[in-house]
Design a protein around this ligand. Structure first.
Ligand code: 5GP
Ligand code: ZN
Length: 117
C-alpha cells in the first residue's frame, strides 16, 4: 500500500528522488522537505510516500498515514526549535491546493493572522 505512486505527480517524483528537494526527514511512510517558495521563515511540507490526493481522500484504510505525518510534524518542529507554528492542508483548488498529493504545510517564525485568506 505504501509503495503506490502516481508517475505524473510532482510530489511522488520527489518521493522517488526524480526531482530534488531539500529533505529534512524521511522514513518508510513519509518525507519532510522545505517548500520551494517559503511563505514564512520556516516553511516545510510533510507528505506521505504513498499517493493520496488530499485530505478528502483519507478513509479508514489509509488515514493512519495522516496521523503519522502529524507525529513527524511534532518531532520536526521540536528539532528545529519551533514552539509556535501553523499546520495547513489545502484540499481542492478553491482552498488553494496546487499540488494534488496530500501534504501538510508547517509555517513558523512570524506572526500569523486569522482567518487565513
Ligand atoms: P498547495 O498550494 O498545494 O497547498 O501547496 C503546494 C506547495 O508546494 C506550495 O507551497 C509550493 O511552493 C510547493 N512546491 C511546488 N513545487 C515544488 C517543488 O518542486 N519543490 C518544493 N520543495 N516545493 C514545491
Ligand atoms: Zn503523488
Amino acid at each position: 500500500m505504501f509503495q503506490t505512486q502516481d508517475p505524473n505527480c510532482l510530489f511522488c517524483k520527489i518521493v522517488k528522488g526524480e526531482i530534488p528537494a531539500n529533505i529534512i526527514y524521511q522514513d518508510e511512510k513519509c518525507v519532510a522537505f522545505y517548500d520551494i517558495d517559503p511563505q514564512a521563515p520556516v516553511h516545510f511540507l510533510v507528505i506521505p510516500k504513498v499517493h493520496i490526493g488530499s485530505c478528502g481522500e483519507l478513509n479508514e484504510s489509509n488515514s493512519v498515514i495522516a496521523g503519522h505525518c502529524l507525529e513527524v510534524i511534532s518531532k520536526m518542529t521540536k528539532e528545529l526549535g519551533v514552539t509556535d507554528f501553523r499546520v495547513v492542508s489545502n484540499c481542492g483548488e478553491q482552498a488553494g491546493q496546487s499540488v494534488p498529493h496530500l501534504h501538510f504545510h508547517v509555517l513558523a517564525g512570524r506572526d500569523m493572522t486569522w482567518p487565513p485568506g
